[in-house]
Design a protein around this ligand. Sequence first.
Ligand code: SF4
Length: 332
Amino acid sequence: MSEGNVVLAQPRGFCAGVRRAIGIVERALDLHGAPVYVRKEIVHNHYIVSELEKRGAVFVDSEEEVPQGAVCVFSAHGVSPGVRSAAAGRQLEVIDATCPLVSKVHQEAVRFARDGRAILLVGHEGHEEVEGVLGEAPDRIVVIETEDDVRRLGLPDDTPVAVLTQTTLSFDETAKVVEALRARFTDLLTPGDDICYASQNRQNAVKDLARDNDLVLIVGSRNSSNSLRMVEVARDHGAAAHLVPDEQHLEAAWLEGVSSVGISAGASAPEILVDGLVARLAELGFDQVELQRGIAEDVVFSMPGRLADPVTGRVPQTPLAGEVTPAPGGVR
Ligand code: SF4
């Protein structure tokens, strides 16, 4: 058996937008009872989705699958105006869990489109967040991902353009793409801080983990953009790194020749999954656990007013605990 230590990243796991989104579904279930329909995964984590399903949430791919007039929560990744009007057409009772930092990017897209600029949206084609922003001005927005995409853009270099980005990208990779855009376009606006605080903080912590440890494990689901970026950041900074949806995906072979393992978790990954991975590593001889020195986050987003208590009128606080409330008998 190997012997070694484990370093837990700080910060890691749930961000303010994820805590709020999960809290919204839980609160909607409390207020309205099951079923509460949720368009797409509320956040990209399979454990969270399955715990909420046990409590009565029904996840659907499209608002068209929600019965007329039913309660429907929009996920943290946001939706296009087309989805909003389709939901209105079905008289759905919409509760919007879009992260306020994603909503900010939507507002920027609307503003730049109104100003007559072409909008270059740096992000991953097909990702829900990108689809939502794209829907704000489909004729004006072009999605790009790499420096090669910048070279291939069929726009004159003096076109007035604005750059927006998906909130969960790699900070360093995106900076390269923006630099290539700056070098090419003469009238370019870059609001510049679309990559959210949570993505930046987790990436910075992962850089330190990668420097100080032989192996970095990122807890997160395979469709979680910010978790995937954290794996890339760790690799770019010299560590072997893997995405680990839960402890069952840990491969003992990864630990050969390794004396220290850094662990972090994507913004949608609950701490219970980190606990499971730490316990599994302890069984394999990695039983010295320490906490990375890092920054503490205190960002909290308020809950939508429509979730107010019907009697007292009080709007509940966003949960701070960083966990989904387990369904009765539903703790793994
Ligand atoms: S990762 Fe950032 S943008 Fe996404 S929900 Fe969290 S705070 Fe909001």
